[in-house]
Design a protein around this ligand. Sequence first.
Ligand SMILES: CC(C)(COP(=O)(O)OP(=O)(O)OC[C@H]1O[C@@H](n2cnc3c(N)ncnc32)[C@H](O)[C@@H]1OP(=O)(O)O)[C@@H](O)C(=O)NCCC(=O)NCCS
Length: 185
Amino acid sequence: MADTVTLAPMDLEHLREVLDLGNLVFDVTLKPYTSWSLTAIAEHLDTDDNACWVALDAGRVVGFVLGSMEFEFREDWAYLEWIAVAPDHQGRGIARRLVDACCHALFARGAGRVVADVEAGNTASATLMTNQGFQAVTTVTLFVRSNPDELTPEEPALPLPPGTKRALIRSGRLTGDAQRGKRDR
Ligand SMILES: CC(C)(COP(=O)(O)OP(=O)(O)OC[C@H]1O[C@@H](n2cnc3c(N)ncnc32)[C@H](O)[C@@H]1OP(=O)(O)O)[C@@H](O)C(=O)NCCC(=O)NCCS
């Protein structure tokens, strides 16, 4: 069935469908997905990295991957940040093809490594990445202390405004082992 699906570079015309598909499959109340927004997609279009691809079935966007040459402070590390496949097209190897298209583009642009972060409970994504040659190198656990005067456990966390995650990465407040290692030395 996957052979009816073709990959194409993501373009402006795909924005609406990519946004809607992400909203459908990402749990935007979970920390890793709270920055999903039109801004997050548009920023990826604003480069010539060639690392953003859509999977099309008869013109319909049934999957996408958004990658970039930007990961924290490492100029030679690239980032496969978002990937999704429509529920009615999952399990047909589409994500595997999208990961390969994205990684090939990033390596061709000079990336030494491509990084993907996977939420702990996301077995599908973890298996996908492992099968596509990614290795788990570190685990980050968010420790959260709630303000007892402002939050009750039942209240959902407010989503971050669009672009916040990327701004945190750029400012160095959201960082990883490579940068921490540099600071510790
Ligand atoms: C993760 C996701 C993109 C996989 O898409 P997919 O097109 O169904 O994946 P594929 O068919 O290409 O499968 C690729 C590999 O992942 C594994 N995989 C896919 N879904 C899986 C599942 N539910 N459980 C375990 N492994 C799974 C398969 O074993 C497959 O490996 P193999 O082909 O070597 O056997 C899809 O489940 C999805 O959109 N999930 C919601 C969004 C998400 O969590 N994105 C990742 C974070 S940004």
